[in-house]
Design a protein around this ligand. Structure first.
Ligand code: KIV
Ligand code: ZN
Length: 512
């Protein structure tokens, strides 16, 4: 029987650490559900001790998701570990992932601890965690830049204390594939009890080699767990991308000889959901999930693919969730067809009332747009666009006027704490005027650090999906809005970002 490769998804923890990618509790749950459908083995749901919000998100995911192991990150101290264990109480299978930095640089400059102190703290923390939860993962942070002898000593000790997964992070993305693979191999060869643990790779993408390094860790080093994120989301240049690692191991099974539990047909839905939720747009030429990943533009390629698919295709688009027929519904489609399409797209509605609300929104859209694509439906039901009763701001209506040679003007009606208000302003363009009209009333003082528009299904007939990133008092939030009218989509995105700025955040850094 082929060896199993464990897929550990950290989109909701390491991915979320990316500035601007922070998610609400409900958004995290929605993504966790999709990760469960994707059949990832382990979902790192957050860092329970970092904030009340993260605690609640880990708890909610632990109580809801039943098929995947749910994991919380935790610094190597009793308080963090107890908090993680508490948040994970409702999980079918729970894992605590505890970490402490082991490189000379991090120990001396960041932790201000001696190697002996770090050794003791790691050992005691794993012992403490092991009394609360059976499944313990330990990570030596900045492991790849740590001294080999010290690393062997500390990892042998934590395995003896009951850590059943040892993860070796290349925290700063410094590794080179062959060297990283050999590094893991040496650790496994030198540590006497290394066979008592599963070895895991965790690579950052600063030099664009996170996937290559992870694959080398598996092939050369013998690692059997890969830590990764959807779309490679993560701080700086991101983490190892789940879709790439999964499809590399699947497509080259002849070379890797490994099995995975993953249902690859759920990859695209996961990619879209993460992109829509965070506002981190997927580049068109991104492997596996980019809009062009399976598009054959050149005549020679098209001719070849028509004659025999495998002349230019090494994977089938439908195997990762691209459907051949993209027009799905229209004005005459009924509630049942809509509900079935939601199910096929992996969208879970909490109640029939939610289906009714989404269906009403679908009808409204279908009145304005003749063909409704999968992307439209996903945008329609995304958290951002649904709106919640408890939100401060909600879009009502907008009118704007722009004409060559004249300064554009917009008037917007929106709700603020349940009351309808009207704002008006001029601006450099209609979008600028509309957002200034909102600000004329809200006066948030937030700075816009990103504004982007994306045509959801690729043509001028499609809906525009707008991402607005706002920064205020050190907080960065994303708002996403979609509508066939991009000025309206912009206003919705802006209001959504303002709503997020309203919610409190009190988190500590995961690598602090
Ligand atoms: O990159 C890293 O070192 C981490 C650890 C906290 C596992 O994310
Ligand atoms: Zn990391």
């Amino acid at each position: 029987m082929a060896d199993q490769l464990i897929i550990f998804d950290t989109t909701l923890r390491d991915g979320e650490q990316s500035p601007g990618a922070s998610m609400t509790r409900d958004e995290k749950l929605r993504i966790a559900r999709q990760l469960e459908r994707l059949k990832v083995d382990v979902i790192e749901a957050g860092f329970a001790a970092s904030s009340n919000g993260d605690f609640e998100a880990v708890q909610l995911i632990a109580n809801t998701i039943k098929d995947s192991t749910i994991c919380s990150l935790s610094r190597a101290n009793d308080r963090d570990i107890s908090r993680a264990a508490q948040a994970l109480k409702g999980a079918n299978r729970a894992r605590i992932h505890t970490f402490i930095a082991t490189s000379a640089l991090h120990m001396e400059k960041k932790l201000r601890m001696t190697p002996d102190q770090v050794f003791e703290q790691a050992r005691q923390s794993v012992r403490f965690a092991r009394n609360l939860v059976e499944d313990i993962e330990f990570s030596p942070e900045d492991g790849y830049r740590s001294d080999m002898d010290f690393l062997c000593r500390i990892l042998e000790a934590v395995i003896a204390e009951g850590a059943s997964t040892i993860n070796v992070p290349d925290t700063v993305g410094y590794a080179i594939p062959e060297l990283y693979g050999s590094f893991i191999k040496t650790l496994r060869e030198r540590i006497p009890n290394s066979d008592k643990a599963i070895w895991s790779v965790h690579c950052h993408n600063d030099l664009g080699m996170a996937v290559a390094n992870s694959l080398a860790g598996v092939k050369i080093g013998g690692a059997r767990q890969v830590e990764c994120t959807i779309n490679g989301l993560g701080e700086r240049a991101g983490n190892c991308s789940l879709e790439e690692i999964v499809m590399a191991v699947k497509t080259r099974k002849d070379y890797f000889g490994l099995e995975m539990a993953i249902d690859a047909r759920q990859i695209l839905a996961a990619s879209r959901m993460v992109s829509q939720t965070t506002g981190f747009v997927v580049q068109p030429n991104k492997a596996v999930v980019g809009a062009n990943a399976f598009a054959h533009a050149s005549g020679i390629h098209q001719d070849g693919v028509l004659k025999a698919r495998d002349t230019y295709e090494i994977m089938r688009a439908e195997d990762v969730g691209w459907s051949a027929n993209k027009i799905v519904l229209g004005k005459l489609s009924g509630r049942n067809a809509f509900k079935q399409r939601l199910q096929e797209l992996g969208v879970q509605m909490d109640s029939e009332a939610d289906v009714n609300t989404a269906f009403a929104r679908f009808k409204e859209l279908a009145d304005r747009k003749s063909d409704i694509f999968d992307e439209d439906i996903l945008a329609l039901v995304s958290e951002e666009n649904v709106g919640h009763d408890n939100e401060q701001f909600g879009f009502v209506s907008l009118s704007q006027h722009s004409e060559t040679g004249e300064r554009p003007h917009a008037t917007i009606v929106f709700t603020a704490a349940g009351h309808e208000v009207t704002g008006s302003s001029e601006g450099n363009g209609p979008v600028d005027a509309s957002l200034k009209a909102i600000e004329s009333h809200v006066k948030s003082g937030a700075e816009m650090v990103l504004y982007s528009v994306n045509a959801i299904s690729g043509s001028t007939e499609s809906q525009g999906e707008v991402t607005v990133r706002l920064q205020n008092s050190g907080r960065v939030v994303n708002g996403v809005g979609s509508d066939p009218d991009i000025v309206v989509a912009s206003a919705k995105a802006y209001l959504s970002a303002l709503n997020k700025l309203q919610s409190k955040a009190d988190r500590v850094a995961a690598q602090g």
